[in-house]
Structure formats: C-alpha cells, structure tokens
Design a protein around this ligand. Structure first.
Ligand code: NAP
Length: 340
C-alpha cells in the first residue's frame, strides 16, 4: 500500500501528574502512518477504553504494571477493525481487541491482539463485560469471595464497569446484594435495573455505618472493594465471622499525594476469622476462557445486563478518562472513535 495518506491522531503522555491528572499531562499529535512491514496489521480504532488503572501507570512508583514512559504514546484497551493485513493470523474486516496506542490507527505486529467473536455480543463489550473489567469482577467474586446462597455481598464502586458485573453475579448466586455508589441516579440504576437489593449513595449519606446496618441486617459476608478509603472503613465495621474482603481497586486513593491513614483492620480480621485479599485480573489468566464463556452466556440470556457511557470523538478521550475520577460514568466509560 505504500505510505498512507491517512493522518493519524495519537495521544502522547506528556508529563507525570502530581495529584489529580489534567489535560496538560497529555498531548494530541498528528502524524503520518508508517508503512506496513511483513507480519504487520493496520487497525482502525472504533472504541477506546478509559480505565482507572491507567492512573497508576502514570506514576513511576513500582507497581504490577510498568509505568507509562513520558514522551511515548499513551496506551489502553482498544476495539478496532483490521483495515489491512500482512499477517496470516488476521484478515481484513475482522474485529480485534488489544492494548494499543491511544490513536485513531495502529500499525502493529499483532502480538497481544485478540480476535473478537462478534457472535458473543456487540464488539464494544470486549472492553467491559466480556473483557478485562468483566473478568475482574468474575474472578474476584468467584475465586476469592466465593459467595454462598443467602449471604450478604456489598460492592463499592457499584455502578461502574466492574461493580455492575460483581453485583449481578452475586444475585445469580442467590445473595443479598448491596451497592455503594456516588449518586441517586446510580443507586436507582442498581436497584431498579440491575436487581440489587439496596444501594447507598455515599456522597449524601451522613452516617454510612448506620446506613449499612439498616440494609445489611445480617452483617456483611463478602465485601468487593473497588474504592477504599472512608467507604471501606464503614463496610469493614460490619463484617461477619469468616467474611471475605476482595481488594480489587482503591480509586479514592489514586490521586492523593499522601496516603490516607485509616483504622487498623487487623484486629477485626482476627476476631472474625476473616480473609482480606488483593488480586490482579491477570493472576487468573489461565481461567480467561472459562470466564468469558460463562459471562457471554449470562449476557445472551439477559441474566447480566450492562450499560455503556459513550463519549463521542477521539479528541474527547482525555476528558472521558478524567471523568472517571469525578464519577461521570454509569456503567462502562468508552470513547467512540469511528463507526463500525
Ligand atoms: P468504574 O467504576 O467504571 O469508574 C470509576 C468510578 O469510581 C467512578 O464512576 C466513580 O463512581 C468511582 N470513584 C471515582 N473517584 C472516587 C472516589 N474518590 N471515591 C469513591 N469512588 C470513586 O471503573 P472500573 O473500571 O469498574 O474499576 C473499578 C475499580 O476496580 C477501580 O478501582 C479499578 O482500579 C479497579 N480494577 C482493578 C482491577 C484488578 O485487576 N485488580 C482490574 C480492573 C479494575 P462514584 O460516582 O460511585 O464515585
């Protein structure tokens, strides 16, 4: 095909943030696309995923994922379409998902790029319920939480990509499910549309412990923690004998310049013989196939529902990412870059 006439917009990581990130940490540049070598594919981005974990990679502190390098393109989950292929594994027109540059087009050798089976659901679901956030909810709840019928499961960050999956699986397992989220509209979505038994708006509830006591009369058996901080302190005060707390995320802490001090929970874990365990979705990668098959079946049967919060336009990607930390999204936050 030679040198592409196409101009490609790419978002670069410009500077590490201190505290809350903003637009100045990023830069959009226009570039020409490189020529495809043997083994390469050209992918047109359709949907970009913005995810809270990206905030961690913007810091150079040691973590499970390598820090983003300043001066390089920002990377994230992308669903796209193969426009041209010089790689036997991919054909033009196929839909794919992978961690790629935040760009309108990517030229890649295809390593780490997976084909999406469009029969499993709309292609964007590969970035949420049938992708990384869905797997996160499934593994954390099923492998660590091990919910049993009749138990009470509390999930924080309940109306987001992970939380909505967790709460609905817990309902399928016969549990009482309580969500904690930051808005009355979010709480109504959880109870009225997703079938949660109760939901608490942590932003307007003065006494979270008391509110939890009312909606969890039998205490908390499983706590799926997406947020940490004061919300989790309140939930931990209600845990039962042999409870399981799953540390999935701590979004309330990601933009703090100094870590917050909280209550010491070790005594409570001891006296209730409880478990608290952190995990990373990739810890369970060998079970990805089993989990995707199960999740896609539940989605097809209407047992798991999802909502997408879609921002239109590549140029609005950074704003959509920053919105995660303001709680702009109900369900999975996506950026639509092009029509399928
Ligand atoms: P999400 O819930 O779809 O979006 C983020 C939500 O977090 C916001 O809508 C907001 O909702 C809430 N939030 C933002 N700032 C907050 C604060 N200061 N205090 C309390 N809540 C706050 O995101 P997601 O993709 O599903 O991720 C949820 C959590 O799981 C994140 O902590 C993420 O880092 C973690 N995660 C972990 C893994 C893993 O492998 N362990 C994988 C994926 C995600 P409200 O309006 O309710 O505040």
């Amino acid at each position: 095909m030679g040198v592409f006439e196409l101009t490609n917009r790419v978002i670069y990581f410009k500077a590490r943030p201190k505290g809350m990130p903003d637009e100045s940490n990023f830069e959009i540049r226009e570039e020409n696309l490189p020529v495809l070598n043997e083994g390469d594919v050209l992918i047109r981005s359709l949907y970009l995923s913005v995810d809270p974990y990206m905030r961690g990679r913007m810091s150079d502190a040691k973590s499970y994922a390598e820090p983003y390098k300043v001066g390089e393109p920002f990377k994230g989950g992308i669903v796209g379409k193969i426009i041209e292929s010089k790689n036997d594994r991919f054909q033009e027109g196929q839909y794919v998902e992978g961690i790629l540059n935040w760009a309108e087009y990517n030229v890649t050798d295809g390593k780490g790029v997976r084909k999406i089976n469009p029969e499993w659901g709309p292609v964007a679901t590969a970035l949420h319920v049938l992708g990384m956030p869905g797997l996160t909810g499934y593994f954390g709840l099923m492998y660590i939480g091990q919910p049993k019928e009749g138990e009470t499961v509390v999930v924080s960050g309940a109306s987001g990509a992970v939380g909505t999956v967790v709460g609905q699986i817990a309902k399928l397992k016969g549990c009482r499910v309580v969500g904690i989220a930051g808005g009355d509209d979010k709480c109504a979505f959880l109870t009225d549309e997703l079938g949660f038994d109760a939901a608490i708006n942590y932003k307007t509830t003065e006494n979270l412990r008391q509110a939890l006591k009312e909606v969890c009369p039998n205490g908390v058996d499983v706590y799926f923690d997406n947020v940490g901080g004061a919300v989790s302190d309140a939930v931990m005060s209600r845990i039962n004998f042999q409870s399981r707390t799953i540390i999935c995320g701590q979004i309330s802490q990601y933009n703090l310049e100094k870590p917050e001090l909280g209550p010491r929970v070790a005594g409570q874990l001891l006296t209730t013989s409880s478990l608290m365990k952190g995990f990373i979705v990739s810890d369970y990668a060998e079970h990805n196939k089993e989990a995707i098959i199960q999740l896609s079946q539940w989605v097809r049967e209407g047992k798991i529902q999802y909502r997408e919060n879609v921002v239109e336009g590549f140029e609005n990607t950074v704003e959509a990412f920053l919105g995660l930390f303001r709680g702009d999204n109900i369900g999975k936050q996506l950026v639509k870059v092009a029509e399928e």
